[in-house]
Design a binder for this molecule. Structure first.
Ligand SMILES: C[S@@+](CC[C@H](N)C(=O)[O-])C[C@H]1O[C@@H](n2cnc3c(N)ncnc32)[C@H](O)[C@@H]1O
Length: 258
């Protein structure tokens, strides 16, 4: 039958609500996005294939929150999934999601897609708009070190979007999972390790070395964020260039000496 492919049949057989379930499985296998015990927020979640995959991945100690402007049927076999009905382009929906999360979350995923008009440039622009809404929500919700997955249709301004995501995560990987239809122009960005550090790679600043770590590097604190600086001693004030930023600490190079 037309449109019924391998993953469609597999979803039917394995009891997932959508073939899309396998995309999240493949994205998770690629970059280990969801861990047991995580709290996951899924934007554009109907009919709920991703919610089922996320519920399995987080296990009994995790939580999954799904939102869509379409109704998502209740899950009989997952009691750790909560669903909300609303439009993610509206602030009030975002506020409800933030309330439901009740604090920072580990993962934000978005499979949101616009209703297709058939005119690619219009659909692509709408897809990018939804991806940016998801990004804003992720920035509001994600804990330091948290991960973000977002779908977008290939086209103009997607490189700029990727660059913006790269600013906020340790790294970004772009991929088209095998379960995406062959003819599809969709790409998923996986942002790994949300950075909430007050510095970024390349920043130059003056810091005071407050202590020395077990490896012999000096340690400075920038608004509570630890920067390791080699070849420095406790009590020194030095000018450094930030070389590498991790979610909870970073590395900097001294630049005030020959
Ligand atoms: C490809 S489907 C998601 C499939 C889902 N990942 C699954 O596994 O079942 C895209 C969804 O995005 C939703 N969507 C699109 N725009 C939205 C918006 N502004 N707010 C909330 N949901 C939206 C659509 O209603 C649709 O259900």
């Amino acid at each position: 039958m037309a449109g019924k492919d391998h993953y469609y049949n597999k979803a039917k057989q394995e009891g997932y609500r959508s073939r899309a379930a396998y995309k999240l499985k493949q994205l998770d296998q690629l970059e280990n996005v969801i861990d047991g015990g995580d709290t996951v927020v899924d934007l554009g979640a109907a009919p709920g294939g991703w919610l089922e995959v996320a519920a399995e991945a987080v296990g009994p100690n995790g939580n999954v929150i799904g939102v869509d402007f379409q109704r998502i049927k209740d899950f009989d076999d997952h009691d750790n999934v909560e669903t909300l009905r609303g439009d993610m382009t509206e602030d009030k929906t975002r506020d409800r999601v933030v309330d439901a999360a009740g604090g920072p979350v580990d993962v934000v995923v978005s499979d949101m897609a616009p209703n297709m008009s058939g005119e690619y440039s219009l659909d692509q622009a709408r897809s990018l708009h939804l991806a940016r809404q998801a990004f804003e929500t992720a920035l509001e919700l994600l804990d330091s070190g948290g991960d973000f997955v977002v779908k977008v249709f290939e086209g103009p301004d997607v490189d700029d979007f990727r660059a913006d995501v790269e600013e906020e995560f340790q790294y970004v990987r772009a991929t088209s999972p095998e379960a995406s239809r062959d003819e599809s122009s969709e790409v998923y960005f996986i942002g790994k390790g949300r950075l909430t550090a007050p510095v970024r790679s390349g920043d130059e600043l003056e810091v005071e070395i407050e202590s020395v770590g077990s490896e012999g590097d000096g340690i400075a604190s920038v608004e509570g964020y630890r920067l390791f600086v080699s070849d420095t001693d406790e009590g020194e004030t030095v000018t450094v260039r930030v070389e590498d930023v991790k979610p909870n600490f970073g590395f900097a190079q001294r630049i005030d000496e020959e």
